[in-house]
Design a protein around this ligand. Structure first.
Ligand SMILES: [Zn+2]
Ligand SMILES: [Zn+2]
Length: 246
């Protein structure tokens, strides 16, 4: 295979401001299937970051938006593509079932092994990045989340919905006032991953049933483009029917 070009750090991230003070951040030089959606939400008293990418380039240095105000960095779950920059933030939240992984993110626990090779990139991160030695820095949580907990940004609140299945500590975040749902990797508009080493098929079905009836205006998932309420019902409805669970 031909050598991939290296990107400059300043060209690693891409940001796009959406409605409701939500900003989409991603890493366009990672192939779409592996590319995590990073979500920044502005609140009155503090901001929230949902996931933080692979961690191969500093988010704090290259996306100034994340340093403007007090910020809570939430992990939708602890796979490598979602928690790479969590160590850059002082306030870090994760569900209890994956707190150990955020504190000790071994390559196996975060799925870097076997997924991270040069094949997941269309251009490599800057030197000295190497896929063979890729690692995520430990970022022990400062707050452990459980189902029903609330992330309070002052003028807006997000409810934690525990959504195990893809991984044991997966969470979705739901804002009742706007009906925005950040779904993580339990559901998005692309091929879902149901066979990770810590996946659970029964839990996956239960989580999908729970999200199916949630009134949403928009779903911002862990991967692939966002979508509205009709697509939400179609994706989950089709998935549940295929499992004989609807
Ligand atoms: Zn995942
Ligand atoms: Zn993911």
């Amino acid at each position: 295979m031909a050598d991939l070009p290296r990107m400059a750090a300043r060209d690693w991230y891409r940001t796009r401001r959406l409605a409701d003070d939500v900003t989409f951040i991603d890493e366009p030089h990672i192939r779409e299937f592996y590319r995590c959606n990073i979500w920044h939400v502005r609140g009155r008293d503090r901001d929230m970051l949902v996931d933080s990418g692979m961690g191969v380039v500093s988010l704090r240095t290259h996306v100034p938006l994340v340093t403007e105000r007090a910020l809570t960095a939430v992990a939708s779950h602890t796979h490598f593509d979602h928690i790479g920059c969590h160590h850059e933030f002082a306030d870090r939240c994760v569900h209890a079932a994956e707190a150990d992984i955020l504190a000790n993110p071994t390559r196996t626990a975060i799925l870097a092994d076997p997924y991270v090779t040069d094949d997941i990139f269309t251009a490599l991160p800057p030197e000295p990045y190497a896929s063979a030695t890729y690692a995520v820095k430990a970022a022990p949580a400062t707050r452990i989340l459980e189902d029903g907990d609330v992330i309070d940004l002052g003028d807006r609140t997000f409810e934690v919905i525990h959504t195990p299945g893809h991984s044991p500590g997966g969470i979705a975040l739901y804002e009742k006032a706007t009906r925005i749902l950040f779904s993580g990797d339990i559901v998005y508009d692309g091929p879902l991953i149901e066979d990770t080493y810590h996946a659970n098929a029964n839990a996956y079905v239960a989580s999908m049933k729970r999200l199916y009836d949630l009134p949403v205006s928009i779903v911002h998932g862990g991967h692939f483009p966002s979508y509205g309420p009709l697509r939400h019902r179609a994706i989950i409805g089709d998935w549940l029917r295929a499992k004989g669970a609807l």
